[in-house]
Design a protein around this ligand. Structure first.
Ligand SMILES: Cc1cc2nc3c(=O)[nH]c(=O)nc-3n(C[C@H](O)[C@H](O)[C@H](O)COP(=O)(O)OP(=O)(O)OC[C@H]3O[C@@H](n4cnc5c(N)ncnc54)[C@H](O)[C@@H]3O)c2cc1C
Length: 290
């Protein structure tokens, strides 16, 4: 990918992201969609969609493929990956795409429904011992004791990375089988109940029948809460807070689709994607006039 800053980086891969991307291209902005595979969009699971104007009786998969083809035909680049962290650099943002850092002037978050059910203390101690990305934050725990909670096998890679950095790593899988864990990483069964803090930072992870003292807890989730992507992003606990221009509380960051709240519908996602794209394009044009 180019070293130049992208005009717009879109995180997601469903109708909101693809609509935003298409409309960015129509305003002649450089754009890349950073999304997980198309089949991870909720739309993919819809057997039949009957309330999208002009496309009666269409299957969700076919609809998504049409959205994708339309966007790609208009010059949208799609990079299949899961974004774990976006850093603010002052006048632009850096996206960590599988440890490749890509700069963008503006960001559109179209990450879908927040399905991450946090345990008590998880949100409170985010950035104070709780993390959702080992490669982003692992170095802060050099020589320390950490727990990794894995909802899927990506947790094993997180734990393996941390094993090279930390004094002790304990892995708690919430799935089976565990296949690729480095030697020396202790495995425990159990369901996390709460993050326990002391003096404003993480002190332990509470399970049903034991409490593990630790300096950090890494959650490898199927879906991470949006505020873990971008420090300081305002949410109402579940949804990203936006205004009618789809602006978030962060300059140059917009959100669209299910991640901004109900109704969870394709037409809303597509419409909000359009508005977010127009707002991002307007912001870029404003900066270029300066
Ligand atoms: C069974 C079913 C039937 C439905 N039927 C209808 C219907 O008939 N009519 C209707 O209007 N709506 C329907 N919906 C709802 C509709 O599918 C959603 O409202 C719509 O898909 C929302 O679009 P979105 O782009 O906001 O989110 P999604 O389509 O969920 O897309 C979000 C995408 O972002 C990706 N992503 C998330 N985090 C990251 C990250 N960190 N890095 C990279 N990618 C990320 C996800 O993997 C996903 O691909 C249905 C939903 C379901 C489940």
């Amino acid at each position: 990918m180019q070293n130049e800053l992208l005009d717009v980086a879109i995180i997601g891969g469903g109708p909101a992201a693809l609509s935003a991307a298409l409309n960015c291209r129509q305003r002649n902005k450089s754009v890349c969609v950073f999304g997980r595979s198309l089949d991870s969009s909720l739309l993919f699971a819809a057997e039949k969609v009957d309330n999208y104007l002009g496309m009666p009786d269409i299957g969700g998969e076919e609809m998504l493929n049409r959205f994708y083809a339309h966007a790609v035909k208009n010059g949208v680049e799609f990079k299949e990956c899961r974004i774990r962290q976006i850093l603010s650099m002052g006048d632009h943002y850096m996206i960590n795409a599988n440890n490749e850092f890509i700069g963008a002037k503006t960001i559109i978050l179209a990450v879908g429904l927040n399905k991450s059910i946090g345990i008590p203390g998880e949100a409170e101690f985010l950035g104070k011992g709780v993390s959702h990305c080992a490669t982003c934050d692992g170095m802060l725990y050099r020589g320390k004791k950490v727990v990794v909670v894995g909802e899927n096998e990506e947790g094993e890679a997180e734990a393996d990375f941390l094993a090279d950095v930390c004094k002790e790593v304990i892995y708690i899988p919430l799935y089976q089988p565990v296949l690729n864990l480095k030697e020396g990483i202790a495995q425990k069964e159990g369901k996390p109940k709460a993050v326990v803090g002391k003096d404003g930072k993480v002190a332990a992870l509470e399970l049903a029948d034991e409490t593990i003292s630790c300096d950090g807890i890494f959650f490898a989730k199927n879906t991470a809460p949006p505020e873990s992507l971008l420090f300081g992003l305002e949410t109402d606990g579940k949804n990203i807070v936006v205004n009618r221009k789809m602006e978030t509380n962060l300059q140059g960051v917009y959100a669209a689709g299910d991640c901004t709240g109900t109704p969870y519908q394709i037409a809303k996602a597509v419409g909000e994607g359009l508005i977010a794209a127009l707002s991002a394009a307007e912001e870029i044009d404003r900066r270029n006039r300066k």
